[in-house]
Design a protein around this ligand. Structure first.
Ligand SMILES: *Cc1c(COP(=O)(O)O)cnc(C)c1O
Length: 364
C-alpha cells in the first residue's frame, strides 16, 4: 500500500502547523544568528523578553483584549488552574457555582472541593437521543455565589456551548477554554477570567494562558502557592520562576501563523467548514452516530461511534494504516473522536471522510 500523508487527529498534545515546525527546525540550532538555540538562552535576556512581549501582543490583538485585562503565562496546565482559580479568587465567600457539562467541567468542580464548597449545576440533558445543554437563562446559578465556572468546549464528549455569558454584571464568569481558545471569535469582556493550556490549539504542552480582569488580582488566600498566584505572576511578568521558554517560543510562532492566516474570523470560517464536512458525513448514514444536538456540536472535537460497536477496533486499525492517526475516543467515553484544531488542514478532514465512506462500504 502507498504510504499516505499522515494526519494526526490527537486531542492533545495535538498537531502543529507544518509551517511552524519547519521554521522552528530552521532556527533550532542557530536562533536569529545568535549561534545558540532559543532553548539555551536566559529567560531574563533581552532576546527572550522580546519573544514573550510579542506573544502577549499577538494574543491581545487576536482576542481583542482590553487593557484592563492581564495576560499571564502559568505552569501546571488547565488542571493547575482547577486549583489556582479557587485559591486565587475565594477568600471570604467559599461558595462558587460550577456548571457541569461534561468530564472537564466536572473535574474542575471536584478539584475545587479542596478549597471551597462548589454548587454543582448540571446543565446537560438528552432530548431526542441527543446530548444538549440548557440555554444559559435556565442555568440555576446563585447570584450570591463567588463566581461561575464553566467549560465552553468539552474536549472529551465533543460538546460545545456557543452562547456567551449574559448574567448580571456582578457575576464573575470563568471559562476553561483549553480546547477552543483561538478557534473562533469571542467577546472577552463577557468573561472575568479565561484560561487554556497550550497543547490543544496553541502550541506544544507546557504553557497555560490565563487572561484575567485586573481588579481580580490580589484576592488570593494566604495558602496560595506563589507559583500559582496571579498577582505574583503579574508583578513578575510571568517570570516568577523559569517559564517553559521553548513552548512559549513555539506558541509565539503558532499565533504569528494564525495572524498571518487572517486571525480568528478567518480561522472560524475554516473550522466551521471542516466540522461541517465531518458531521455531514456522519449524519448521511446510520452507520455512524454522533449523539450531540447540532447546536452543541464541537467545532474542535468531533466524537462519533459506529452503530456496530464491534467495528471500532477495526476502524482504528485500518484508519491508522491509511495515515489517519489517533482517532480513538477518550478512555472515559470510548468510541471515536477526531480532533480538528486550527492546525488540521481541510485536506486531512477530506481524507478522513473518504476513509469513512469506504470503510462503511466495506463493513456496512
Ligand atoms: C485538556 C483539557 C484539560 C486538561 O489540561 P491539562 O493541561 O492536561 O491540565 C482541561 N480542560 C479542558 C477543557 C481540556 O481540553
Amino acid at each position: 500500500m502507498d504510504k499516505n500523508k499522515i494526519y494526526n487527529f490527537s486531542a492533545g498534545p495535538a498537531m502543529l502547523p507544518i509551517e511552524v515546525l519547519k521554521k522552528a527546525r530552521l532556527e533550532l540550532c542557530n536562533w536569529k544568528n545568535s549561534g545558540k538555540s532559543v532553548m539555551e538562552i536566559s529567560h531574563r535576556s533581552k532576546e527572550f523578553t522580546l519573544i514573550l512581549e510579542e506573544l502577549e501582543c499577538n494574543i491581545r490583538s487576536l482576542l481583542n483584549i482590553p487593557s484592563h485585562y492581564k495576560v499571564l503565562f502559568c505552569h501546571g496546565g488547565a488542571r493547575g488552574q482547577f486549583s489556582a482559580i479557587p485559591i486565587n479568587l475565594l477568600r471570604n465567600n467559599l461558595y462558587p457555582d460550577y456548571i457541569n457539562s461534561g468530564y472537564w467541567s466536572y473535574s474542575a468542580a471536584m478539584e475545587s472541593k479542596k478549597y471551597c464548597i462548589p454548587n454543582i449545576i448540571n446543565v446537560r440533558q438528552i432530548l431526542n437521543k441527543k446530548n444538549c445543554i440548557f440555554p444559559m437563562k435556565d442555568w440555576k446559578i446563585n447570584n450570591k455565589n463567588a463566581y461561575l465556572h464553566y467549560c465552553p468546549n468539552e474536549t472529551i464528549e465533543g460538546i460545545a456551548i456557543y452562547e456567551e455569558p449574559k448574567f448580571d454584571d456582578n457575576i464573575i464568569v470563568i471559562g476553561d477554554f483549553s480546547s477552543t481558545l483561538f478557534s473562533r471569535t469571542i467577546h472577552l469582556e463577557k468573561y472575568s477570567v479565561i484560561y487554556a493550556s497550550s497543547q490543544k490549539n496553541i502550541g506544544p504542552a507546557g504553557v497555560t494562558i490565563v487572561i484575567i480582569r485586573q481588579d481580580l488580582l490580589g484576592k488570593s488566600r494566604n495558602i496560595c502557592p506563589s507559583i500559582l498566584n496571579y498577582e505574583i505572576l503579574f508583578k513578575n511578568n510571568s517570570m516568577f520562576n523559569t517559564p517553559a521558554t521553548f513552548s512559549l517560543y513555539l506558541s509565539g510562532l503558532v499565533l504569528k501563523w494564525l495572524k498571518k492566516l487572517g486571525g480568528l474570523k478567518k480561522i472560524e470560517k475554516i473550522n466551521k467548514k471542516k466540522a461541517k464536512l465531518l458531521y455531514n458525513t456522519i449524519d448521511s448514514t446510520n452507520f455512524y452516530i454522533n449523539d450531540v444536538a447540532s447546536y452543541n456540536r464541537s467545532l474542535m472535537n468531533v466524537t462519533f461511534t459506529i452503530t456496530d460497536n464491534n467495528l471500532h477496533k477495526l476502524f482504528l486499525k485500518k484508519s491508522h494504516e491509511f495515515g489517519l492517526h489517533y482517532l480513538n475516543g477518550h478512555s472515559a467515553v470510548g468510541g471515536l473522536r477526531a480532533s480538528i484544531y486550527n492546525a488540521m488542514p481541510i485536506e486531512g478532514v477530506i481524507s478522513l471522510t473518504n476513509f469513512m465512506k469506504n470503510f462503511e462500504k466495506e463493513h456496512g
